[in-house]
Design a protein around this ligand. Structure first.
Ligand SMILES: N[C@@H](CCC(=O)N[C@@H](CS)C(=O)NCC(=O)O)C(=O)O
Length: 232
């Protein structure tokens, strides 16, 4: 059985990706949560993570004596270990596309990430409106994501056919678009609903909404707590 170290489900977008893959494909794993500290650089988070991963970040996958400290490397390893499960699409062209857009997410979209940190339980529509007006790079990131999503082969389906690693990599964007209520097209909203109905996505969001860990340095936009209905 694998062990997956993650941080708070409400905030940790990189943890979400391999967790969704493991859960969506029913791969057996033990989840170990190392919560972020309430204040930056306090508590034992860093030393606890450093004890398992010298780069000091989560997610971390342990498979016996193998330690992987990067979300994409973890997903690639899982895909190699479970070739029959098709974690990447079966169709060669969709598989190549899936790898391409996953790599783009893994290395890009810094403006969206920086301006709109993942915060599943928050409702920051007013903040989102202001950011949308003031931040051209954010608008560019979202436009590029909408373009990628609009190229899915079936408008009722996932990014490259069946649910794959590519969808897991864009999953935190779905939650960010919800949290910050950014103005997106109908096609984008349709993909968001497809994702929000996925059982693994539902489980992660349900768990995030139940968390009570409050991390001040990841809450710069809000002083109170909100809740929302996630699936229409
Ligand atoms: N490239 C890494 C990024 C991992 C990452 O930045 N993780 C964040 C949590 S979402 C983290 O551990 N931050 C703690 C820190 O930097 O101290 C991956 O894909 O796994």
């Amino acid at each position: 059985m694998y062990q997956l170290y993650i941080a708070n489900k409400n905030y940790s977008s990189w943890s979400m990706r391999p967790w969704l893959v493991l859960t969506a494909f029913h791969l057996p794993f033990e989840e170990i949560m190392i919560p972020f500290p309430v204040e930056r650089n306090t508590g034992t988070f860093k030393q606890d993570v450093l004890a398992i991963n010298p780069n000091g970040k989560v997610p971390v996958l342990i498979d016996h004596d193998l330690m992987l400290g990067d979300s994409l490397a973890i997903c690639e390893y899982l895909a190699e270990q479970h070739p029959d499960q098709h974690l990447w699409p079966q169709d060669v062209k969709q598989r190549a596309r899936a790898r391409c857009i996953t790599a783009e997410m893994h290395s890009g979209f810094a403006s969206l990430r920086n301006a709109c940190g993942m915060n599943i339980r928050a409702h920051l529509a007013e903040v989102g409106k202001r950011l949308w007006q003031d931040n051209a790079e954010l608008r560019q990131d979202v436009a590029r994501i909408e373009q990628i999503w609009s190229e899915r082969p079936d408008m009722n389906g996932f990014l490259c056919g069946e649910f794959s690693i590519a969808d897991a990599f864009y999953a935190p964007v779905v939650t960010r678009l919800m949290t910050y209520a950014l103005p997106v097209s109908e096609s984008t909203q349709q993909y968001m609903q497809t994702m929000l109905r996925h059982p693994a996505m539902k489980l992660w969001i349900e768990a995030a909404l139940k968390e009570d860990g409050w991390v001040n340095y990841l809450e710069s936009y809000q002083s109170s707590r909100f809740s929302r209905v996630w699936v229409q």
